[in-house]
Design a protein around this ligand. Structure first.
Ligand code: SF4
Length: 245
């Protein structure tokens, strides 16, 4: 274990963390998986999905937006936390229309993979049967609003060359949905479509012609359950996202 400056405990495991790290980052470096949907690589944490909920000092907090401090004790794998995460996954499923067998992202979808990990069967909440628009007006990208979980990864992570945002949100409450700024030239490019599909954790952004580059059965989570690459510390090959940014 590489020694950092701060010692924390996650469940029964004492680990070293670095100053300024989030609990998610510290856990990941020490091969402990904390699930996330809105968190993504170098993006600033948003804490919107709450899948990374842990218990610290008797309070439920999001691990992606909580910075480590010396002596911190984190509850990550208790039955209580697991059930909270499972219920959050169930809520996302009933709030949208996630028909996994017919979704182009099946096998590469973080939400689907987490549902398997937390053994979701029938959600405990009623389905809302929303009927949102499917926008196929861009030359290379389909926006399937029925599958959007509003994680804001596309908004935070896909930008034009001049730094302008390409994706944004409009409306409020249940009507909230993503939009693409069609006044920016890059919105129409194949590269943007590929980047958007790669960053979206579900099948809400699909690159036209790019969805089946990896056959079903050989995809990321068809081969390895979500979290296993962190827990086993093995760089896994094959079945990555269909598109590369
Ligand atoms: S389109 Fe995808 S990346 Fe963008 S907010 Fe919705 S789920 Fe997240």
């Amino acid at each position: 274990m590489e020694q950092g400056t701060i010692k924390i405990t996650i469940d029964d495991k004492e680990i070293w963390a670095k100053d300024g790290q989030s609990v998610v980052e510290a856990a990941r470096e020490n091969h402990i998986f904390i699930p996330t949907l809105c968190d993504y690589k170098s993006l600033k944490p948003a804490g919107t999905c709450r899948l990374c909920t842990v218990k610290i000092g008797g309070r439920f907090v999001s691990a992606c937006t909580t910075t480590v401090s010396n002596g911190m004790k984190v509850e990550n794998e208790s039955s209580e936390i697991k059930d909270i995460r499972k219920s959050l996954i169930e809520m996302l499923f009933v709030e949208g229309n996630h028909m996994c067998p017919s979704c182009e992202k099946s096998g590469n979808c973080d939400l689907q993979a987490l549902a398997y990990r937390y053994q979701m069967t029938a959600p405990r909440f009623p389905f809302s049967f929303t009927n949102r628009r499917l926008d196929a007006s861009l030359p290379h990208l389909i926006l399937e609003h029925n599958r959007c979980i509003q994680c804001l990864r596309c908004v935070r992570g896909v930008r034009a060359k001049d730094g302008r945002d390409l994706f944004g949100f409009v409306d409020r409450g249940a009507k909230i949905h993503i939009t693409v700024d069609k006044t920016v030239e890059e919105a129409f490019s194949e590269k943007t479509a590929a980047a958007a599909m790669a960053i979206c954790p579900v099948g809400a952004l699909i690159q036209k012609g790019g969805a089946y580059q990896t056959p079903i059965g050989d995809r990321k989570y068809d081969l390895h359950p979500i979290g296993s690459e962190i827990e086993s510390n093995i760089e896994q090959s094959g079945g990555s996202h269909d598109t590369k940014s």
